[in-house]
Write a protein that binds this ligand. Structure first.
Ligand code: PBG
Length: 344
């Protein structure tokens, strides 16, 4: 066979077995340049949403034992962190409060106070750093004396009354400058009701990020320490969060929120639920997000502190895997650290 034999003649003379035997999937993995060339997904700073914890007072910064490197901050310090985030190119922040126990009650009424720490944080950050997006949670749990996301009556989390409260909170949050309302309470009908409430008050431009599939999960533990609900919570949240055994039900939840007018969908927790992320992305083609929750953060930090894993690589790997699963972005406590790394 001379070297001018047409390629076609060569290949057609080979059997399927021969072709299969010569297939070398490692060819494109052989060097850094070729791996970069064929890399399918990438993590950029534009993928990051940074959840932060805010508290009353001034120049206050408290450690959270189970979340090394994460702090509760007073509003003035949160503004400074928002400035830092904007400089790093982080598109958006999500805020969560730890409010005084004295301000918590059965119905979470303090969520309706325009002067509560969340609403003050939104106004202050928007005034100082208007270019950063602010996401607020309209759930009641940091404001209730029992730590539940809804109003508790005779041992039951009452749905519709809770939705009314959540809608009122969302409208106040929008008045304070929130760009996206993210209701994490999983009450039925909340997305449509919030949409109606926002529209009726002139906030057609405020978006809704639905915690479409929020699972009852052990991975929220450190967050409950951060917002101070750990010691308060009576029972569990299984009557309103999804059973983590259920994938079809997760799809029905997301479909409902899409029909009610959600602009974005979120899956929470993140890593154990990559299958749900992929299904939602394929089914709805919506902007889809994952919340890499506190327990996921703490696991990586703890194993890393023990020298059991390379924390930095585990962080980057976990975040990139969210992209591969179909995420448009990730809520992660690692956001500023990743942004620094990506910049460097
Ligand atoms: C409750 C809420 C939770 C988180 C944010 N808002 C879960 C819970 O306490 O049940 C968890 C976030 C995290 O773990 O990082 N509305």
């Amino acid at each position: 066979m001379n070297k001018f034999t047409p390629a076609r003649a060569v290949t057609t003379s080979r059997s399927v077995d021969e072709i299969t035997a010569s297939r070398r999937l490692r060819r494109m993995r052989k060097a850094d340049w070729s791996r970069r060339l064929v890399q399918e997904n990438r993590l950029t700073v534009d993928d990051l949403i940074w959840p932060i914890f805010v508290i009353d007072g001034e120049n206050r910064r408290e450690e959270i034992a189970a979340m090394p490197g994460v702090y509760r901050m007073s509003v003035d310090l949160a503004v400074r962190e928002a400035e830092r985030a904007a400089k790093l190119g982080i598109p958006s922040l999500a805020t969560f409060p730890n409010v005084d126990l004295a301000l918590r009650d059965q119905t979470g009424s303090h969520i309706l106070d325009p002067e509560n720490v969340i609403n003050r944080a939104t106004r202050a950050i928007k005034a100082a750093v208007p270019e950063i997006g602010i996401i607020t949670d309209a759930a009641l749990d940091p404001f209730t004396s029992h730590g539940h996301d809804g109003i508790l009556r005779d041992g039951v989390i009452v749905n519709d009354e809770t939705v009314d409260q959540v809608v009122a909170a969302a409208v106040i949050q929008a008045q304070c400058g929130a760009d996206i309302i993210a209701p994490s309470d999983m009450m039925d009908g909340r997305v449509g009701a919030i949409r109606d409430g926002l529209d009726a008050n002139g906030f057609q431009g405020v978006a809704i990020m639905s915690y479409a599939t929020k699972f009852a999960s052990a991975f929220y533990g450190p967050y409950r320490e951060a917002v101070g609900t750990a010691g308060l919570l009576q029972g569990d949240k299984k009557t309103y969060y999804l059973d983590h055994a259920n994938g079809d039900e997760a799809l029905r939840e997301a479909e409902q929120d899409v029909l009610e007018g959600a602009d974005m969908l979120m899956v929470k927790p993140g890593l154990p639920y990559l299958d749900i992320i992929r299904q939602l992305k394929d089914a709805f083609s919506m902007p889809t997000f994952a919340y890499q929750v506190s327990g996921e953060y703490s696991m990586i930090m703890a194993a890393s502190a023990n020298g059991w894993i390379d924390g930095e690589r585990a962080m980057l790997e976990s975040l990139l895997c969210f992209k591969r699963a179909g995420c448009d972005g990730i809520l992660t406590y690692f956001a500023p650290r990743v942004a620094e790394m990506l910049k460097g």
